[in-house]
Write a protein of this length. Sequence first.
Length: 110
Amino acid sequence: MVKKPFTKLNKMILKKENLLVQLNVSDLQQLIREAVKSELENITEVFTTRKKDSEEESEIISRIDVCKLLKVSTTTLFLWNKNNILKAKKIGNRVYYFKSDVMDKLKSLA
């Protein structure tokens, strides 16, 4: 089993203890990498589901539901759509996303 170098620091952070630390750039980068990787793993666990049939994969969800799932604002979704990161589908005046697109994007980022 590989011991993570920052587990003691992570425990202190979780306890919300005040601390003053000096880190060199590479240690800070590693800490950030581990934190981001951990959060992405947590998010992908939420979205991991058993294989579904094609009808379920084409399920559409509202932008509010996507915001809740990804824990982002509607402004972020708007910008992702504008920058072709996560494309929205309009039906009338409403904006929807294919659940499969949201899941694929999430998997590609993890």
